[in-house]
Write a protein that binds this ligand. Structure first.
Ligand code: NAP
Length: 284
């Protein structure tokens, strides 16, 4: 048996087509969705992610700009810039590229973004709404995972989902999205003993670890499970996911490739969130 490949590139391009249509609708009302990003420092991975985000914005007709600040910028300067973007009526979406250089209080920075412009869905207000069952501006990677599973009609309601990750970027919001869709969820992390015993119970297994010494092997996976690979790590200069794709795809029912799985879905959901934010802010 070979797993069905969950083709994130294909589904992301379909989402972007829909978003471009929405941008066209907003243009008829004189509204031009605008995304502002902030990068502090020169982390090459952050630069590459941001290039992908701005390229996607351009593809769908969203205007965007990146505020690139040196790594030694004081925290209050970044907060002041956020204050300006918050009150600028031309700006509908604000994203701070994480991680910030050492020494920054990331939580405080995220809390400075006005929640209705928080297109990454990381502000505690947006996280809290999601935890309360209200999906407004939802973090892009978890949102993309749900869209990918739904597109391929992978059942979620009544299924057991196991997530390896407990961050506000991936694990916690994804758990809430699964809960909202009637899955039974388990969150595991670096302190979870006997990981394979837990992951083997998963109808849907999501791995978002990204450590060189960590790999999901067939012994972690229930036959016919849907396996979603989020984690990214560089091994000998090459980017790889958490999952041993070759071996696991022989027993899983569905599997995401790396690259071409969750990554493109994340970017597509960012442009979708930006248009959603513009629509919310310009509602009559
Ligand atoms: P993170 O802050 O490093 O979190 C990693 C998570 O993995 C933590 O919850 C950690 O547990 C857990 N973990 C670490 N070692 C483990 C182990 N040996 N066994 C079980 N769990 C372990 O990273 P993140 O920001 O959430 O992102 C996770 C990964 O996804 C990264 O590789 C990132 O690059 C990737 N990512 C990809 C996309 C995409 O679009 N493809 C988007 C977002 C993130 P503790 O909480 O106990 O430390």
């Amino acid at each position: 048996m070979t797993a069905v490949i969950l083709d994130g590139r294909l589904i992301a391009s379909e989402i972007k087509k829909q978003v471009a249509l929405q941008v066209g609708q907003l243009a008829k009302r004189g509204i031009k969705p605008f995304l502002a990003t902030i990068q502090v420092g020169d982390d090459p991975a952050s630069s590459s992610y941001l290039r992908g985000k701005h390229k996607a914005a351009e593809e769908v007709g969203i205007q965007s700009e990146n505020h690139h600040l040196p790594a030694n910028t004081p925290q209050d300067k970044v907060e002041a810039l956020l204050g300006q973007l918050n009150t600028n009526p031309r700006v509908h979406g604000i994203l701070v590229q994480l991680p910030l250089p050492r020494g920054f209080d990331e939580d405080r920075i995220i809390e400075r973004i006005i929640p209705y412009k928080d297109v990454d869905g990381l502000h505690p207000i947006n996280q809290g709404k999601l935890a309360a069952g209200k999906e407004e501006l939802v973090p892009c990677t978890p949102k993309g995972i749900i869209k990918l599973l739904s597109h391929y009609k992978v059942p979620i309601a009544g299924q057991r989902a196991v997530i390896i990750n407990r961050t506000t970027l991936v694990g916690r919001p994804l758990a809430n999205l699964f809960l909202n869709r009637d899955a039974t969820i388990t969150i595991s992390h670096s302190k979870t003993p006997n990981l394979a015993q837990i992951t083997k119970t998963a109808d849907i297994l999501v791995s978002a670890v990204g450590r060189e010494n960590f790999q999901i092997k067939p012994e972690h996976v229930k036959p016919k499970a849907a396996v979603v690979d989020v984690g990214l790590t560089r091994v000998e200069g090459k980017l790889r996911g958490d999952v041993d794709f070759e071996a696991v795809s022989k027993l899983a029912g569905f599997i995401t490739p790396v690259p071409g799985g969750v990554g493109p879905m994340t970017v597509a959901c960012l442009v979708e969130n930006t248009v959603q934010a513009a629509s919310i802010q310009t509602r009559g």
